[in-house]
Design a protein around this ligand. Structure first.
Ligand SMILES: C[S@@+](CC[C@H](N)C(=O)[O-])C[C@H]1O[C@@H](n2cnc3c(N)ncnc32)[C@H](O)[C@@H]1O
Length: 283
């Protein structure tokens, strides 16, 4: 088997296959969130760190106007090529998710699988949430999904899984290399073993991610006044089964609502259904 050290994000076809298994559940969940939590109608959606656009592309096919940014030019090109093939107009560009601006705010945004943890400092994370508060209109939402570090029990951090499409098969393995709870930087090895009829290839990469306990995530959200957490879910993506994160929680999707600058004067924490404004229009 040939071996390469490279960024897994430089291989959009492989990335999409390896990380695509939850796509259908994510799609159902996101649309249910738009319906349930956004004031007014959702027509335009944005994804920071959109990668290959596996979700944006499907949303665009359902009729949403979509936009996104990603640091990786190969992923952006793959994403835009997919839009071009279908004749879909979309605005996906190379950009840094902690330093960007959009021309017109979106109705909703999402970032579901840990991409946020690529931001390695509190300043970068706050800068991102501030950019997002300008990129999503008031009354709109940002669904942010990350793996938390549990403060009780063991973290699940060795993972192996396989995916196959036609004659392409990929076995993926991910393992921790180093964790530093003081500076909250974690390094994970990740390996794609790629099998095609004509060749087999091993791609190895190191992912550097910032860690968050439940409290650290709450503290961060508190720091940006526009965002109010409405509800939490796990990666089961079941809209009628919100969770209350505790010290053992690992997967979390927090639904943040852009409440403008009002939060400072309000008690923080998830609102109840009766506290939420009634929806004005339905999609
Ligand atoms: C785990 S992938 C997720 C891709 C996509 N959101 C998805 O759900 O399939 C993480 C993505 O974050 C991108 N990324 C990392 N740091 C970034 C940054 N500072 N700004 C924008 N994108 C970034 C990577 O290039 C990669 O495409």
């Amino acid at each position: 088997m040939k071996k390469k050290t490279a960024s897994i994000y430089d291989y959009p076809t492989y990335y999409d296959l390896v990380f695509g298994s939850d796509t259908a559940a994510e799609m159902r969940f996101l649309q249910a969130c738009f319906e349930r939590f956004v004031d007014g109608r959702v027509k335009r959606v944005f994804e920071p760190a959109c990668g290959t656009g596996r979700l944006l592309y499907r949303l665009a096919r359902l009729g949403y106007r979509v936009g996104g940014i990603d640091l990786n030019p190969k992923a952006v090109e793959y994403c835009n090529a997919r839009f071009r093939r279908r004749g879909i107009k979309a605005n996906v560009q190379c950009g840094d998710m902690c330093d960007f601006a959009v021309k017109q705010p979106f109705d909703a945004a999402f970032n579901t699988i840990n991409s946020f943890r690529h931001l390695l400092s509190e300043d970068a994370a706050i800068a991102h949430l501030e950019c997002m508060a300008r990129a999503v209109r008031e009354g709109g939402i940002y669904a942010l999904g990350i793996h938390l570090t549990p403060t009780r029990g063991d973290a699940t951090d060795h993972e192996s899984w396989s995916a196959r499409r036609g004659q392409l098969a990929i076995n993926t393995h991910m393992w921790p290399i180093e964790k530093n709870s003081r500076d909250r930087i974690e390094r994970f090895g990740i390996r794609f073993d790629v099998y095609k009829p004509t060749e087999s290839l091993r791609i190895e990469d190191v992912l550097v991610l910032r860690s968050y306990t439940r409290r650290q995530l709450n503290t961060l959200i508190e720091a940006v006044s526009n965002w109010e957490p409405l509800a939490f879910y796990d990666f089961g993506y079941r809209i009628d089964e919100p969770i209350v994160p505790d010290s053992e929680t690992e997967d979390v999707v927090v639904i943040l609502k852009n409440v403008g600058r009002r939060k400072a004067s309000k008690k923080s924490g998830p609102t109840t259904r009766s506290q939420r404004p009634a929806k004005q229009t339905k999609r």
